[in-house]
Design a protein around this ligand. Structure first.
Ligand code: IFM
Length: 732
């Protein structure tokens, strides 16, 4: 095991969709699932481009599955290669995390008995993000005619939760463009297409070159919406025919709509050969890993798995675009339709804040750009300020489906409440903006954007607070906290405390602005109407917000949590489904079982405010009440950090491995839908803030290592105020 290679050694059709997810490759502009080039029954072949959304039933909008660059048919003496036909003599697939290259080697015998070894490599260039590259090498056992049909399929379908298909692309044009300097037969092809509702235009261009083997014929098939190059070669026994396929994408999000095809064709002109394209890609990856890699010695599984999770984050991270976010399933599947949640700010963003602040800034700018939509949401609900949507896509309006068909019975609709009442996301975003500032010292960003975001979310919280005259306190009632097993609850501790934090931080930031950027401060005071009376109201809410807790320091999940029914989770074992699936939505709601423990989550976010004893008390209380294995995939990484904080390294390791394995081993049985991005991002936090015991303040940083016993070394890097810091625990 070299710690960098995710490998599959057998074809397993029952795990097809899971494998497609984990063999996703990408470059932060686009990503492609690990479907086979030649196709396979029921495959979910997708390429998603950041920001390319289109309207869809129920889910409002979804990432439109983009024209498919994988399409490659291979014919051996006229017989079409397919893993579902003939005999698969051997099969091996490897994803090299160091450089994002996915390789598949298959020995195949056709139904008529011809044999060939087929090797296909592909990558999405990190150096040239509009470019994707593929190389197929075919070695036939006897003298054979080998034919390759390389296409761009302009009509890929999206797939709904129950397999229903949806088309997003309207064909505009296609053709052959002949590059004057090259052989007459060698033109590039292009496809021009447009999404139906969002009217995003896309130009894709393809170049196909045979680099080894004698090409005997080459044709352009002008099949509508599937422009295809066909290459034929006669190969002697054991001779390898090599064909390279390069595809580039540009959309009207990147360049003027009139230029998408031209830009895609130009991109291809920059390609010289496979080795150069590969080298540039590998060099770009080296830069990424120099910032992001985590070294774990003494635990091969954890070493590979942490890199896999980081890789998934790196291929989803928008490096060049601050108008997009990372969906809860990255760009790796249909799950959640590309929508972004609080998963970004609380689970993924810290990784970028500390290892690639420029990416963190892009992600935060996305929220800043969509402040007006958040203001509109607040206003529509009768509040002032900015209320961010629970699910967000391209416009910043709320895109949480209100009703969705039941998984069990499609004729029944289920009401989804999160878009209406899971309001903590506004404070989560403010928290992330502040965290970015603390870690980077990027005062300019705070002045230009962050302050406005923190102040306007505070305005929302003050407006949303309900005064309870009888109790003489402010409350947030009828909400859903991070723990979604309980909805329509009153005074969720996490929500109330983070709202209070948001209000206090807004006051602090305003003070800071007054002394560091008085003009900006004055401008924001006027623009957001931050009158003395309004600020007084903020102080009043801060002082009188209800934070349900017991005198001994136990923080209450929500107001009447202790009146819910206690459940002995051990008594429900063995089980392979969540408590909610077992007891039903209503049933789980009536119990104390948590999908994830908000209180511990909050203690992590505001860690300087709680004593170790209080953390331990809450940890011991909530841990046995949490559905760790089948509940929220977001929980385990944070649970790791809290287990480290209370000195339980064995528990910490168990939760950490649960997070690390979420997708690699499909722990929850839903990795088919895409990567659990929050879990993947959270694993870095578990390393840094859990096992590393890293603590960051505006004054500096400290570490308090708490490694699992069998780990011999843990090393990682992070940026603090622009300087890269190295943590190497147990190293020389
Ligand atoms: O944001 C999460 C939420 O906390 C639990 N349900 C899934 C969402 C997307 O990952």
């Amino acid at each position: 095991m070299n710690g960098w290679t995710v490998a599959q050694s057998e074809l397993d059709a029952t795990r097809q969709h899971h494998h497609e997810t984990i063999f996703t490759i990408g470059n932060g502009y686009l990503a492609t699932r690990g479907a086979f080039e030649e196709g396979y029954p029921q495959d979910r072949r997708t390429t998603f481009l950041h920001g390319v959304f289109d309207a869809a039933p129920f889910v409002v909008t979804e990432l439109a599955n983009a024209p498919d660059w994988l399409a490659l048919e291979i014919l051996l003496n006229g017989e079409r290669f397919a893993l579902s036909r003939g005999t698969v003599i051997s099969f091996a697939r490897e994803l090299d995390l160091r450089n994002g290259v996915l390789t598949r080697r298959v020995e195949w015998e056709s139904p008529r008995g011809d044999r060939a070894t087929i090797l296909v490599e592909r990558f999405c260039s990190l150096a040239a993000p509009h470019l994707v590259c593929m190389r197929a090498s075919i070695t036939a056992a006897r003298a054979s005619e080998i034919e390759l049909r390389a296409s761009i399929n302009g009509n890929p379908l999206s797939e709904g939760a129950q397999g229903e298909k949806l088309a997003h692309w309207e064909f505009l044009a296609q053709g052959l463009s002949r590059a004057a300097s090259r052989d007459e037969r060698d033109g590039d092809v292009f496809l021009h297409t447009r999404t139906f509702q969002s009217r995003i235009e896309l130009g894709a261009a393809m170049r196909v070159i045979a680099t080894h083997g004698k090409e005997t014929a080459r044709e352009f098939w002008d099949a509508r919406n599937a422009p295809t190059f066909v290459l034929r070669a006669n190969a002697s026994a054991g001779e390898t025919v090599v064909v390279e396929k390069y595809v580039s994408y540009f959309t009207s999000r990147d360049v003027d709509a009139a230029r998408v095809v031209e830009a895609a064709l130009q991109e291809l002109n920059a390609v010289t050969n496979w080795n150069d394209a590969f080298r540039a890609n590998a060099a770009a990856w080296q830069v990424e890993w120099a910032r992001t890699d985590v070294v774990i010695e003494g635990d091969e599984e954890a070493q590979l798995a942490i890199r896999f999770n980081l890789f998934q984050m790196l291929i989803a991270a928008p490096r060049l675009d601050d108008r997009v976010n990372i969906g809860a399933k990255t760009l790796s599947g249909f799950g959640y339709r590309g929508h972004a949640f609080w998963d970004t700010e609380i689970f993924m963003l810290p990784l970028f804040i500390y290892t690639a602040p420029h990416i963190a800034k892009n992600l935060l700018n996305y929220r800043y750009r969509l402040l007006n939509a958040a203001r509109a949401k607040a206003k529509a609900n009768g509040f002032e300020g900015a209320q961010f949507p629970w699910e967000s896509a391209d416009t910043g309006e709320e895109v949480t489906p209100t009703w969705i068909p039941s998984y069990l019975d499609r004729s029944q609709l289920i009401r989804i409440w999160t878009g209406d009442i899971e309001i903590h996301i506004s404070a989560d975003i403010a928290y992330a903006a502040h965290q970015y500032w603390v870690a980077t010292g990027d005062d300019e960003w705070l002045m230009d954007k962050g302050a406005e975001l923190i102040l306007d979310t505070a305005k929302f919280w003050a407006a949303r607070a309900e005064w309870n005259e009888k109790e003489k306190r402010y409350e947030y009632n009828d909400v859903i906290g991070p723990d979604e097993y309980h909805d329509h609850v009153n005074n969720n501790y996490y929500t109330n405390r983070l709202a209070q934090w948001n209000l206090q931080t807004a006051l602090d930031v305003l003070e800071w602005l007054k002394s560091h950027a008085p003009t900006k401060s004055q401008q924001l005071v006027e623009q957001l109407d931050l009158s003395p009376a309004r600020l007084e109201k903020w102080r009043d809410v801060i002082a009188k917000i209800y934070l349900p807790a017991l005198p001994n320091g136990l923080l209450l999940q929500f107001q009447d949590y202790l009146e819910r029914q206690a459940v002995d989770l051990a008594a429900l074992e063995p089980r392979t489904i969540s408590v909610q699936a077992l007891l039903g939505i209503e049933g789980a709601n009536e119990t104390q079982v948590l999908k994830q423990p908000d209180v511990l989550m909050l203690m992590y976010l505001l860690q300087n405010e709680f004593s170790r004893d209080q953390v331990r008390l809450n940890y011991d209380f909530y841990t046995p009440r949490t559905d760790h294995t089948y509940g929220s995939s977001l929980g385990p990484s944070i649970q790791t950090i809290m287990a480290c904080a209370v000195g339980k390294p064995d528990d910490a390791y168990e939760h950490f491995m649960r997070a690390l394995r979420a997708d690699l081993y499909d722990v929850r049985g839903n990795a088919d839908d895409g990567i659990h991005a929050a879990s993947a991002g959270g694993t870095w936090q578990a390393i840094a803030f859990g096992f590393g015991g890293l603590r960051i303040t505006r004054e500096g940083w400290t570490i308090e290592p708490r490694l699992p016993q069998h780990w011999k070394r843990l090393a990682f890097r992070f940026f603090y105020h622009g300087e890269q810091q190295v943590v190497d625990i147990g190293g020389e």
